[in-house]
Design a protein around this ligand. Structure first.
Ligand SMILES: [Zn+2]
Length: 499
């Protein structure tokens, strides 16, 4: 058998000023993964690609990978990049002779032409090859569209947030497809949306209501009632018509039951809509509360979440307001991860380890979609660490994956160890601190630009969690954003929305 396997993954924050050219999809900033290089990179990792490769190997299939492109979240994907990736995939489809097509997509990709980047890709594939069975794995933050479901034989979405089940999601998409290839099942899918935009801070699967929703999906899969069942919380920072919560259920030739399960998920989510909202607190009060919680030194740190500027949701990772408030209120023994500022990193590299420097950090990227942008923060400190920023992650979302943070520096003010990075990267695992000479467990405070993903591997280290409303394009205060394209009415933008 021959399987075509490809990845094209981007979560697009349409409010983000961070550009998304082709280079952003290169793992180390230069090389786009494809062919044997891609297979070698992902084999043995707990990623979707890793899962697809293992299922293909079990089936004894030859695998061809025309492209495996993943980029960190940012603004709309540039047309040239999107066309290059689609062409790589459709050219391979055109060669023919495939027994199956397996795709690792995100589901919330917006390009400068298409609100539904994944659906457009699947339409193009089906225009060339209308029949080869196709399985697609999507992120839980997918904003679902007809073309993303109708053109696939079977789809599956992550059931955890933090996303620690990427590998299993690939299995949940590929294994039923193999059964279909053997003629054992006849996949049929139903899907629908609810008129709601859940706040990202309320989407974690550690808590109600998403914990319960995902448990329903897992239960139906375990009993065999569904071949795959997925509840997508959606990505609200994509101002597109189809953004928001949806459910997709695939059964063995039972469309009525697939539709019934979809409805059950949507009804549950709609009833819990208030629990899918988030009410921010003023920054000064949050930092004061954190300071109080950390007044006595204990075994584990108090975690402050600078969650308006999470680069894994399209944040610039260069806003300074939370760091400024931490310094102003005099918190000590803090590790702050981090500020993306290549110029500041270069200045620290020139000065060398042990040198004293005074720098304007961050606040350099204008954010025209927000009422106010961030401002640079003047900081004096000692260059403590200079790192090339390469490591293999042992924990977090995808253990075994080679991570390239880019040149990274730790600037120590005496009170706060500030991590300065050259690429936007979400702090999600203790490894990322340890390679820089910081033991996160021993700090009194950990301040991180993250929302939910940190819980996977840093979560167990948190003595207490304090959410800090800074400045950034993944603000959880929807009143700071101007939605022009999302369908209305939609909850909670329109509180009187009917389900
Ligand atoms: Zn996601």
């Amino acid at each position: 058998m021959r399987f075509l396997l490809a990845a094209l993954s981007h979560e697009t924050n349409t409010f983000s000023p961070v550009p998304t050219p082709l280079a952003r999809f290169c793992r180390d900033g230069t090389e786009l993964l494809a062919g044997e290089r891609a297979i070698g990179f992902f084999r043995g990792t707990r990623t979707c690609m890793g899962g697809f490769l293992d299922v293909a190997a079990e089936a004894g299939a030859e695998v061809v990978v025309p492209v495996a492109a993943h980029a960190p979240p940012s603004g709309k994907v540039e047309g040239a990049a999107y066309e290059a990736f689609c062409t790589a995939i459709t050219d391979a489809v055109r060669q023919g002779g495939w027994d199956a097509i397996l795709l690792d997509l995100h589901g919330a990709m917006v390009t400068d032409r298409f609100e539904d980047g994944e659906g457009e890709l699947l339409r193009r594939i089906r225009a060339i090859d209308a029949t080869t069975p196709m399985a697609v794995a999507y992120d839980m933050h997918a904003n679902m569209h007809d073309a993303m479901v109708d053109n696939a034989t079977i789809t599956a979405g992550y059931q955890t947030y933090p996303h620690v089940d990427m590998y299993q999601t690939a299995e949940r998409a590929a294994r039923p497809l193999l059964r279909a290839l053997r003629g054992e099942v006849k996949p049929t899918t139903a899907w629908a949306r609810a008129p709601m935009l859940p706040h990202v801070m309320a989407q974690g699967t550690h808590a109600f209501p998403n914990k319960e929703l995902q448990a329903m999906c897992r239960g139906w899969e375990a009993s065999g009632r569904a071949l795959s069942a997925s509840l997508y919380v959606g990505f609200p920072h994509a101002d597109i018509h189809g953004a928001g919560l949806s459910a997709v259920v695939c059964t063995d030739n039972n469309p009525a039951d697939a539709a019934a399960m979809v409805q059950e998920l949507l009804d549950f989510a709609w009833k819990a809509r208030e629990d899918f909202t988030f009410r921010p607190e003023a920054l000064e009060a949050s930092v004061a509360r954190a300071k109080q919680a950390g007044a006595t030194k204990a075994e584990l740190p108090v975690v402050l979440l600078d969650h308006y500027d999470n680069c894994a949701s399209g944040g610039t990772m260069d806003t300074t307001e939370v760091l400024a408030e931490i310094l102003r209120q005099g918190l000590t023994d803090v590790a702050f991860f981090g500020i993306c500022d290549p110029a500041a990193v270069a200045a620290c590299q020139r000065a060398g380890v042990g040198a004293e420097v005074e720098l304007d950090l961050g606040g350099k990227l204008p954010m025209p979609e927000l009422p106010r942008s961030s401002t640079p923060l003047r900081v004096k400190g000692t260059v403590k660490t200079i790192s090339a920023g390469y490591f293999v992650t042992k924990a977090g979302l995808a253990p075994g994956l080679k991570v390239y943070m880019g040149p990274t520096v730790v600037l120590d003010t005496g009170a706060v160890e500030i991590v300065l990075v050259t690429r936007q990267i979400e702090p999600t695992s203790p490894d990322m601190f340890r390679v820089l000479g910081i033991e996160p467990r021993d700090k009194r405070f950990l301040a991180i630009k993250s929302r939910v993903h940190w819980r996977a591997a840093l979560g167990p280290l948190a003595r207490e969690i304090v959410e800090c409303a800074g400045v950034g394009v993944c603000t959880s205060d929807y009143s700071q954003l101007t939605f022009r394209n999302v369908r209305r009415p939609i909850y909670p933008l329109d509180p009187g929305t009917n389900g």
